[in-house]
Design a protein around this ligand. Structure first.
Ligand code: UN1
Length: 512
């Protein structure tokens, strides 16, 4: 169970707390073997040091996997309802800690408090859902083809699971992976994004305080370039779950395949929102702004393409831009702010570079496009909400995932044309349609080639009990959330019990 070392370890978040966070391996806080560390700054104000984390290497990964392997021998035998009770307790504790963790997250990641509260809430929701799964995890019991024989299939844990998580949902996404994994009886080694390790520590600390035993959850912080290979190639790791870019997904997928590991990839998106002539325009504007600029456009589900039917195109684009200009940019800790900074300098540069690409491709820059660096913006990675109009669907700004506050508005003739534009893309995560016509809504629900379709709501806002994931280059067919996660973190075992007291041969002893 939780050791004193774990519960009394330094916690971040206030002036009196230690800024140094060690790796969490086998229930102990330990320095990296090399002793190297890295600093993590607040993207809204880089003078604010969020924490100093371990810059780990292969030896740290190996130690964590070893601990997870040892812990698996016992954890897999703890009844699933008992495992789930711990997760339920963690949910209750997260509710108490929600405000503190949301503030930590806004400091390390930049998104506004409303959203970081939502991120912690998503972990709470996942915890409640997965806690319930502990008493379900159903498998089929089915008749045997032979007399006096019993047949069923049971779910079994995989063993040590590796998680590689992104910075945009620093607690929600780790919770999507860790919670189903441990309820199913697996043990875990997680490498959080280097920009947002603190929220993963907060989640794992809470689970440990709730009673997850030592070695079941291990955190190794550092850089993907150094930690990816030892994590993916280790023979004792049986599953890898990555949320990240399509390029990294390709590497993880091919590496995992070599040793036949289970591999769940949640990758890029370029999510279309279609607005038809009959749509409630006010609603579509609200949705398009929230979907496009929420989380500073840094969601894999972000509404990055708005495809508008010609009859309302002019009015929609005009009003969208007028409203985008009024969004308040700033430090997410200020409750009046609508949009925070980019996560880091490299992401900001990418965003600004896409503004240049859009311009050079001949798209019309309707607003934004500049970095903000005067006054309060001086020490952060801020940019204006940016909207391009008259975008051709083939342009790079309409095809490539930007992961920033840059929205392309694309004109279309009708629903069929809109769907064709929406689908003519490498990705297929989320999609949305605004219309009042139920017939057209159902056609879109069927024909939009994506893992998620919203009707009269933007492309963001997935709920944790439904499958989450996408088609084409967005993933490899697995789903997170809900029962999809239970499917990923278990393996089927078919069990036959023959109580006939004689040899019965399947397919042969048919009695005919
Ligand atoms: C992501 O962008 O990586 O649907 C996840 C949403 C969130 C999760 C997004 N619940 O927008």
């Amino acid at each position: 169970m939780a050791t004193d070392t774990v519960t009394s370890a330094p916690i971040l978040g206030s002036a009196t707390r230690s800024k140094i966070l060690k790796n969490f391996i086998d229930g102990e806080w330990v320095e990296s073997v090399s002793g190297e560390t890295f600093e993590n700054q607040n993207p809204a104000d880089t003078r604010d040091l969020v924490g100093i984390f371990q810059k780990s290497g292969k030896q740290d990964i190996d130690a964590a996997i070893e601990a997870a392997k040892r812990a698996f021998a016992k954890w897999r035998l703890v009844p699933a309802p008992r495992r789930a009770e711990i997760v339920y307790r963690a949910a209750e504790m997260l509710i108490e800690r929600k405000e503190e963790y949301a503030r930590d997250m806004t400091r390390e990641m930049g998104k506004i408090l409303k959203e970081t509260r939502g991120d912690v809430q998503e972990a709470i929701d996942t915890a409640y859902y997965m806690a319930g799964e502990g008493r379900r995890m159903f498998g089929p019991t089915t008749p045997s083809e032979l007399p006096n024989k019993f047949a069923m299939a049971i779910r079994q844990p995989l063993g040590v699971c590796a998680m590689i998580t992104p910075w945009n949902f620093p607690m929600a996404i780790p919770s999507w992976k860790l919670l189903p994994a441990i309820v199913c009886g697996n043990t875990c080694v997680i490498k959080p994004a280097q920009d947002t390790p603190l929220s993963t520590f907060n989640l794992v600390r809470t689970l440990t305080d709730a009673g997850v035993p030592r070695g079941v959850l291990n955190i190794v912080s550092g850089f993907g370039s150094r930690l990816g290979a030892p994590l993916m190639e280790h023979p004792d790791v049986r599953a890898i779950s990555l949320t990240g870019s399509t390029d990294v997904g390709r590497i993880v997928g091919t590496t995992a395949a070599k040793s036949f590991k289970h591999c769940s990839l949640e990758l890029g998106g370029k999510n279309p929102m279609i607005v038809l002539d009959d749509a409630n325009l006010e609603l579509a504007l609200d949705g398009g702004l929230w979907g496009g600029f929420g989380t500073t456009g840094q969601r894999c589900t972000a509404t990055s393409r708005i495809i508008v039917q010609k009859g309302v195109y002019g009015e929609f684009a005009h009003r969208y831009v007028e409203r985008a200009k009024t969004l308040k940019i700033g430090n997410g800790l200020d409750e009046s702010v609508d949009m925070g900074p980019a996560i880091n300098e490299a992401q900001l540069k990418t965003d600004l570079n896409y503004v240049e690409i859009g311009r050079s491709e001949g798209a019309k820059l309707l607003c934004g496009g500049h970095r903000l660096e005067q006054g309060e913006f001086k020490y952060g990675w801020f940019m204006e909400p940016t909207v391009f109009g008259d975008v051709d669907p083939k342009m790079r700004i309409a095809q490539e995932e930007i992961f920033g506050p840059v929205v392309s508005i694309i004109p279309c003739d009708n629903l069929e044309h809109a769907i064709q534009i929406a689908n003519d893309i490498e990705y297929g995560l989320s999609s949305a349609l605004y219309t009042k016509d139920v017939n057209r809504a159902f056609k879109a629900m069927r024909d939009l080639h994506a893992g998620i379709t919203y009707i009269n709501a933007p492309t963001i806002g997935a709920e944790v009990h439904l499958p989450f994931g996408g088609v084409k280059a967005t993933g490899n067919g697995h789903r997170e959330g809900g029962i999809g996660a239970i499917d990923f973190y278990t393996e089927w075992k078919s069990v036959y019990v023959d109580y006939s007291d004689k040899l019965q041969k399947a397919q042969i002893d048919r009695g005919d």
